[in-house]
Ligand binder design. Structure first.
Ligand SMILES: [Zn+2]
Length: 511
């Protein structure tokens, strides 16, 4: 087999050491061969860091569409499984498109990919007729195909855990006992500040891979445990690295206004000044922010303070979202809607006035049953009222160490049905079409239709309601992101993921 002069092509699409002394440049082109198809092709060097380069097929859609052209210094996502030579024809499928009403079901359906996009979709005979001769055909054997799941609210990048405070709480320990072991959100801040970016990535990968193994193809990841410029940026960089190493689609959210930084204890206005003047602009300047979030609550910030952060976000042309009315009615929802928020999240304490504000605004109500469950809350979001007013509802894990250590989107679906009374169709819409809308990505992902990105899941199931029904069974068969099958990742716990309790005695808080 022909081998390129520079690259070990037995590992195509891996990061490969460029160690020959030849100074490779971005978009360099070298002749080489492809391991899976064993034919000589031209390859591009897509990106190069100090020690690594990344290659791709010249005719690969990943390059053809130039999705990474502006991402210098970063590697293409996806290891060897990102190899894709031909368009795929998925036939004999039961497709829940989420286009139109209900599930938008197509029985005996087929999907034809066109590079990273969906080319055609519909009745099997019609689609098969239009497939190019070289298309790779896959018989789905009647399996259910859905859009890739979207987990639109996570804090999946963090270090340490809060297992001590969990145990003390269940042993009937006091608030003081939890404070003594350094429990609370600021203990996670201490762990994150101590971790290097690589340690953060290593700690986060098992959570992200677990989500992917259950059909999640897009994950929103927030900062918010750094609480200073350097560490907020570090968290967002870690989120970006997680995307590059797993191939999952990531939406990065700046959450500097999550809690008052310990250095600013008792001076929350001054901390908000720093968020507005320094932290958010610095993260934005590095192209690390897709949206801006905050926490309006008695234990965090007032709606008035958050308004200042949102005003800066508007000036930077960044969309906003908000943790609102989780533990009390603090007035965040109305303010967020006035700022055109993509979503307001939690909402256990919203009232009819808030729902009227949401009505027709386009802002998505994101429900987080994991936090409701873990905090043993008793007041659930007014789902019937949201329904009556036609508010789009999304469901997410809120994966975080303090109030929702949940890395299972399927469990979140089940919980949203059992704890909040969503129907299985509403729950799945909340993890697809409405999850995408909560990230402002509804024109690209969340539905299956021609022209949308080919992010989809093949399930060992026939009925879409099964995805909300099982507890602990994972029917995910395969996931496809941007037209490429991803190998089902096996999550492993990394030894770096150790508790590093902060002993400063910070009070426990949610989040
Ligand atoms: Zn959250």
């Amino acid at each position: 087999m022909f081998r390129g002069p520079l690259l070990d092509l037995y590992a195509p699409f891996h990061c490969i050491p460029a160690e020959t002394g030849h100074a490779l440049k971005q978009q360099d082109r070298v002749p080489a061969a492809c391991n899976p198809c064993e034919r000589s092709v031209a390859w591009y060097i897509v990106c190069i860091t100090d020690k690594q380069c990344m290659v791709g097929h010249e005719d690969s859609s990943l390059l053809r569409h130039g999705r990474y052209s502006g991402n210098s210094g970063a590697c293409l996502p996806g290891p060897e499984n990102a190899h894709r030579e031909r368009d795929m024809l998925l036939k004999n499928a039961t497709i829940a498109t989420f286009s139109g009403t209900g599930y938008g079901l197509i029985e005996n359906g087929a999907i034809l990919t066109d590079g990273p996009l969906i080319g055609r979709l519909g009745n099997e005979q019609d689609v098969a007729r239009s497939a190019p001769a070289g298309a790779e055909v896959m018989d789905c054997r009647g399996r259910l195909v859905t859009p890739g799941l979207v987990d639109c609210h996570t804090h999946a990048v963090h270090a340490g855990n809060r297992v001590r405070e969990f145990e003390i709480r269940l042993e009937g320990g006091s608030y003081e006992a939890i404070s003594k072991v350094g429990g609370g959100i600021l203990s996670t801040v201490a762990s994150v500040r101590q971790a290097s970016v690589e340690e953060l990535v290593a700690a986060s990968l098992p959570r992200v891979m677990k989500l992917m193994s259950e059909g999640v193809t897009t994950i929103e990841i927030k900062s918010g445990y750094g609480l200073d410029t350097e560490n907020e940026i570090k968290m967002l960089r870690a989120a970006q690295l997680v995307a590059e190493r797993t191939g999952v689609r990531i939406h990065k959210t700046f959450l500097g206004a999550h809690a008052v930084a310990p250095e600013f204890a008792g001076r929350s206005d001054e901390y908000i000044d720093k968020v507005c003047r320094e932290m958010l602009p610095a993260a934005h300047e590095r192209d690390l922010v897709d949206s801006v979030d905050g926490f309006v609550e008695g234990i965090a910030f007032s709606a008035q303070q958050m308004k200042r952060v949102f005003t800066v976000a508007e000036r930077l042309e960044l969309p906003v979202r908000l943790h609102a009315e989780q533990l009390s009615h603090a007035g965040g929802t109305e303010m967020a809607v006035r700022h055109g928020a993509l979503s307001v999240d939690h909402l256990e304490h919203i009232d009819e006035h808030d729902v009227l504000a949401l009505s027709g605004s386009g802002t998505v109500a994101v429900l987080l049953p994991g936090a409701f469950y873990f905090l043993k809350q008793t007041r659930s979001p007014p789902v019937e009222l949201l329904r009556q007013h036609g508010i789009p509802i999304a469901v997410a894990t809120d994966c975080n160490p303090g109030s929702s250590p949940l890395s299972s989107m399927l469990m979140a679906l089940n919980m949203s049905c059992m704890l909040f009374g969503l129907t299985p169709r509403e729950a799945l819409a909340g993890a697809t079409v409405n999850g995408a809308r909560a990230l402002g990505m509804q024109d690209r992902i969340g539905r299956l239709a021609p022209g949308m990105e080919a992010d989809l899941v093949l399930w060992n199931a026939r009925d879409p309601a099964e995805l909300s029904y099982h507890m602990g069974l994972n029917p995910c068969h395969r996931i496809m992101i941007r037209g490429n099958w991803q190998e089902s990742p096996v999550p492993t716990c990394d030894p770096i993921e150790q508790t590093r309790p902060d002993r400063s005695g910070h009070p426990p808080e949610a989040g």
